[in-house]
Design a protein around this ligand. Structure first.
Ligand SMILES: C[S@@+](CC[C@H](N)C(=O)[O-])C[C@H]1O[C@@H](n2cnc3c(N)ncnc32)[C@H](O)[C@@H]1O
Length: 343
């Protein structure tokens, strides 16, 4: 029998190709998100922290089928949210910090609010075909935000470390009044009040979100120096040149380009000469090729808001300069960029 020489082209099509793992990883991302959501919904991390550490104890505490739960627990081991010694489960540092109810770092409500977009993302193909988004809860409207306040207000543990570092970069120590344009979780207001003991902070947001801000402010005992203000009081009603620092933390991407530029002009008016502005947001690079998280958030804003979108550092620089701001610096504190500018 004649030996057949392999068809090199056909072989190359299977052997000289990139490894598919990143593709499979992207494709299966939905299942990992579901596992996390179910584990939070069943309060597994909270039950383990409270002492239910075997599969049967957890099945009892969470009212689950033991065999099914066993498989879910194994998936959580694979995701490195749990670890196991013999038949006893314990939490990894990540899970213990962020997924146990009642702990200062708990962000389960925020994570679950994000997963509530599940059905919206299920319509992505149709939305991209038609451009018709039929937005259920528009994050760029007060009603949309009020329908899911936890999405915005339960981010404290994620925001506070960068806010603390940013407040530490503002020198010399601030005096007078600070304005936190959209306080959300209260992290910026609280970090600034703690780092600058002479200031009074006005923490603004919509009434539906202020309740959570107040809870955080009282936890830190700052009720006398962090004063809440509803956005029903218009910014333009506040006197010009009355703040030493204005904070615009993760707001512009919800407002879109035109309203963000108008907001920056208002901030300029409200700042004293020499006053500082902190602008924090998710920013893609100038070519808009990454980081992936910023671009995915851009798509998420397209699906969930009429006006939102992500803007590059250069766009923000341009807007700030056009408004009159000077000494614009980009600070890299933690994973997200942040701009510091002076009036
Ligand atoms: C992701 S949270 C950020 C909260 C906080 N500044 C921080 O950095 O953690 C977004 C905030 O922007 C506010 N916001 C979103 N869209 C807005 C809009 N179109 N107009 C005014 N505020 C808006 C929300 O009320 C919320 O407080």
């Amino acid at each position: 029998m004649a030996i057949q020489t392999p068809n090199q082209e056909l072989l190359a099509a299977y052997l000289q190709i990139p490894i598919a793992a990143p593709l499979l990883d992207i494709n299966f991302g939905f299942a990992r998100a579901r596992v996390l959501d179910t584990a939070i919904e069943l309060r597994l991390f909270t039950h383990i922290a409270a002492g239910a550490q075997t599969c049967s104890a957890l099945a009892n505490a969470a009212d689950c089928n033991v065999q099914a739960l066993q498989i879910l627990l194994e998936a959580l081991l694979g995701l490195e949210l749990l670890q196991r010694k013999r038949d006893t489960y314990s939490l990894t540092a990540l899970a213990a910090t962020y997924l146990v109810e009642g702990q200062p770092g708990y962000i389960g409500t925020h994570l679950r609010a994000v997963i509530e977009q599940w059905d919206t993302w299920g319509n992505l193909t149709q939305i991209i075909r038609t451009g018709d988004r039929q937005i259920k809860r528009d994050w760029s409207s007060p009603e949309g935000r009020a329908s899911d306040p936890g999405m915005f207000t339960h981010l404290f543990p994620l925001v506070f470390p960068a806010a603390w570092q940013a407040a530490s970069q503002v020198e010399p120590a601030l005096q007078g009044r600070v304005l936190d344009i959209s306080a959300g979780s209260g992290a910026w207001s609280i970090a600034t009040a703690l780092r600058h003991p002479q200031v009074e902070v006005i923490a603004r947001d919509e009434p539906a979100l202020l309740e959570d801000v107040y809870k955080q402010v009282t936890r830190f005992g700052l009720e006398e120096r962090v004063l809440l203000q509803s956005t029903q009081v218009e910014l333009r009603a506040l006197p010009s040149e009355s703040f030493s620092l204005v904070i615009v933390g993760h707001v512009c991407r919800f407002k879109g380009a035109r309203k963000s530029q108008a907001l920056l002009r208002e901030c300029y008016r409200l700042l004293q000469p020499g006053g500082k502005l902190i602008l924090a947001d998710v920013m893609p690079n100038d070519e808009r090729t990454g980081p992936s998280a910023a671009l995915m958030i851009g798509l998420s804003l397209f699906l969930n808001s009429q006006e939102g979108g992500v803007f590059t550092g250069t766009q923000y620089h341009t807007w700030l300069r056009a408004t009159g701001f000077e000494q614009i610096k980009e600070l890299r504190l933690g994973p997200l960029p942040l701009l510091l500018a002076s009036r």
